[in-house]
Write a protein that binds this ligand. Structure first.
Ligand SMILES: CCCCCCCCCCCCC/C=C/C(=O)SCCNC(=O)CCNC(=O)[C@H](O)C(C)(C)COP(=O)(O)OP(=O)(O)OC[C@H]1O[C@@H](n2cnc3c(N)ncnc32)[C@H](O)[C@@H]1OP(=O)(O)O
Length: 284
């Protein structure tokens, strides 16, 4: 897993503009005799891929996998992720909604460390299935959720000036590097597949964009300490093309950071959400 964690870190832009970055080198290299590298909290999103399932199969729900988009991600972290362990996942249905033009499916995955039996993290993945809605009566569209409203990633962005802003340029090859962490969906690598899905070229994985945004928060708000991250919520609002520049704006609201990520070249918001922090004691 050490190698997986380092490969993931490179995929979400660690040391992209500075190969000896003082706060990020620890994610890819263990200096000073450290036994292992530090694992980024958003590495938790990859643990979901270890469930072994290749699709979302729900009897009666038909959809075209080529039109599937990642809609939202919610993560709870219960302890820092170890750099090496075996994972046992428990997967359940957290939500299903008929939006007419689309169906929204929410899958919850709890990841346990096999050796200790400890619950490491929970991921709630929302997928937006374009063209798969309309399976219930339009007078009362079906909607089921099994989690509290305060875990909804949709946020209201403050009107005040952001507390901090961080800019990072993704590489044209970013998705090709990120996919090596295990999400091999051809939407991110194959121009023909991307065209069928409605894009002019392959798009970046939503979880890659989220990884860039959370790294920005760790740098600017957590003073480089990834263990301060308790939860992460993000809603993917628009696709990102590899090579575009991500600008993440951050606002502090108590123990939460509200954030918004824009693509600089197109001046469009692509992601927004919040990050829950633990133990942020000193004033910033
Ligand atoms: C057995 C299971 C094992 C578990 C396995 C888990 C595997 C985990 C891997 C998951 C990987 C998934 C594949 C990854 C793919 C990608 O990474 S795709 C790239 C990232 N995503 C994107 O680029 C999407 C960007 N967003 C958009 O393009 C748009 O927001 C949209 C999703 C197309 C929606 O836009 P639009 O059609 O204009 O919607 P609206 O008309 O505004 O809203 C309609 C209703 O839908 C709600 N909604 C809108 N956006 C979202 C969203 N992002 N997430 C959730 N819900 C959304 C919106 O609120 C509306 O609802 P109502 O208000 O009730 O009407």
């Amino acid at each position: 897993m050490n190698r997986d964690a380092a490969l993931y870190a490179l995929g979400v832009g660690v040391c992209l503009s500075d190969a000896v970055d003082g706060v990020e080198l620890k994610y890819v290299y263990h200096e000073n005799g450290q036994g292992s590298i530090k694992v980024l909290p958003t590495f938790a999103t990859l643990l979901v891929l270890r469930s072994g399932a290749s699709g979302y199969n729900l009897p009666g729900l038909e959809y075209d996998p080529r039109l599937l988009l990642h809609g939202q991600q919610y993560i709870e972290l219960y302890k820092p992720l170890p750099s090496s362990c075996h994972i046992h996942n428990i997967v359940s249905l957290a939500g299903l909604h008929d939006k007419g033009k689309a169906a929204i499916l929410e899958i919850e995955t709890k990841s346990y460390e096999k050796e200790s039996g400890d619950l490491l993290c929970m991921n709630r993945t929302t997928v937006f299935l374009r063209g798969a809605g309309g399976f219930s009566k339009s007078s009362k569209p079906f909607s089921y959720t099994n989690y509290p409203m305060n875990q909804n990633p949709a946020v209201k962005i403050p009107e005040s000036k952001p507390f901090s802003v961080f800019e990072d340029r993704t590489q044209p090859s970013q998705a090709l590097l990120y996919r090596l962490s295990g999400d091999y969906n051809p939407l991110h690598s194959d121009p023909m597949v991307a065209k069928v899905a409605g894009f002019s070229q392959p798009i970046l994985h939503g979880l890659c964009t989220l990884g860039f945004a959370v790294r920005a928060i760790i740098k600017c708000i957590c003073r480089g300490d990834p263990d301060l991250i308790k939860s992460v919520a993000g809603r993917f609002l628009l696709h990102v093309y590899p090579g575009e520049t991500l600008v993440t704006e951050m606002w502090l609201e108590g123990s939460r950071v509200i954030y918004r990520t824009k693509v600089k070249e197109r001046k469009r918001t692509v992601l927004s959400g919040y990050v829950g922090l633990r133990g942020l004691t000193s004033s910033l």
